[in-house]
Design a protein around this ligand. Sequence first.
Ligand SMILES: NC(=O)c1ccc[n+]([C@@H]2O[C@H](COP(=O)([O-])OP(=O)(O)OC[C@H]3O[C@@H](n4cnc5c(N)ncnc54)[C@H](OP(=O)(O)O)[C@@H]3O)[C@@H](O)[C@H]2O)c1
Length: 260
Amino acid sequence: MTTPSPAPLALVTGANRGIGRATAEELARRGHDVVLTYRGHAEEAAEAVEAIAALGRTAIALRLDVASTEDVARFVPELRAAIRDTWGRDTLDVLVNNAGAGADTRLGATTADVLDALYATHVRGAYLLTQAIAAPAEGAPLLADGGSIVNLGTGLTRFVHVGRDAYAAMKGAVGVLTGYWAQQLGSRGIRVNTVAPGPVETHFSGWMGDEKVRQVFADGTALGRSAVATDVAGVIASLVAPGSAWVTAQRIEASGGYRL
Ligand SMILES: NC(=O)c1ccc[n+]([C@@H]2O[C@H](COP(=O)([O-])OP(=O)(O)OC[C@H]3O[C@@H](n4cnc5c(N)ncnc54)[C@H](OP(=O)(O)O)[C@@H]3O)[C@@H](O)[C@H]2O)c1
């Protein structure tokens, strides 16, 4: 039988790369053990686990496609068994709903399939996973009382980039859910917040390494530079820390003051 670990335990979805990976590592730096999920890049997930081990914390990687209802249903009991086997624990302290992908959409050029895929990932997937972990219809919740949830939103709910209408609308829904979940889970001491990044140089944004685009985004910020994943990870880690214990139901934009 494993001795229960005293370290706080975080689940970060979509943490094989980008903001999720940076968040998993930042949480580890601040003393968390981490369950990270990946969808299709097992080798990147294994690297992330090693990076966290090098920071002196324990991490495991589990496969999850949040856009698939069946996969979420398969994942949750696997998660429960894995944290029991690895840490001797029955609960998690932090859930970061980070997994996500974009799509180019605008009126006149958007199919129902693209809309469904965006909804399945950003709204239904995050909803069903959070429900299964924080407030299951049956059995004890995996998310401990006093825990914290961070949902990834986007600056695009405040400003407009042509070609992002449906994606931004899904993230708008995430912001609404944040408030409702904060109200429902608050009596258990669980805080729920949204972190809304501006443009960040990751695979998601498709402009990695493009100096011209980087400059346009840099010029659009008050702080005069473009963003990398660690700029957002630090905000997420600060929000789940005890110093943010009185912050819930908030949308915190991490955009360097983009398009003020
Ligand atoms: N980068 C930006 O400019 C920006 C701005 C605002 C908000 N965001 C949000 O920040 C979050 C992280 O994005 P990122 O920039 O770090 O992008 P990224 O580098 O492309 O990473 C996205 C992560 O999510 C995973 N993922 C995608 N679809 C998934 C699904 N259906 N099920 C499970 N995992 C899935 C990916 O897994 P695979 O690698 O296996 O595909 C990857 O681990 C997303 O919610 C995104 O909407 C990003």
